[in-house]
Write a protein that binds this ligand. Structure first.
Ligand code: FES
Length: 116
């Protein structure tokens, strides 16, 4: 899930007008080939507004969901897709920490456990 209404890039000052950084991040991701098992879903607000741009990597009721923030559409699209591919390949949604690109894992905002 990609928040397309985020007004901040890399957690900086809010943009004054559209196109919002969140929609720019979505466009950057859409312009790239998606790894197997990765789909994009635009959403409006992940409640991480002060840390935009924000995305959530989810994968169904058996997987942990990871929320990342402080993303920059101009810098993080490739690493984000790499992290999403890693998340997609796991059974439990917990990617090996050191395999996740450093510029993404350092931007973790929250992780949410799977349903019991
Ligand atoms: S507007 Fe993007 S997290 Fe709230």
């Amino acid at each position: 899930m990609v928040c397309t209404t985020c007004r901040r890039a890399a957690g900086g000052a809010p943009a004054a007008r559209a196109p919002w950084p969140g929609s720019q991040l979505m466009e950057a991701l859409e312009s790239r080939p998606l790894p197997p098992g990765v789909t994009l879903r635009p959403v409006q607000c992940l409640a991480a507004c002060a840390k935009g741009c924000a995305v959530a990597l989810s994968g169904g009721p058996e997987k942990w969901t990871y929320v990342y923030g402080g993303l920059d559409p101009a810098q993080h699209a490739d690493a984000l897709l790499e992290a999403a591919a890693l998340h997609a390949r796991t059974g439990d949604g917990i990617p090996p920490w050191f395999d996740t690109p450093a510029e993404i894992r350092s931007r973790a905002v929250a992780r949410v456990p799977p349903r019991e």
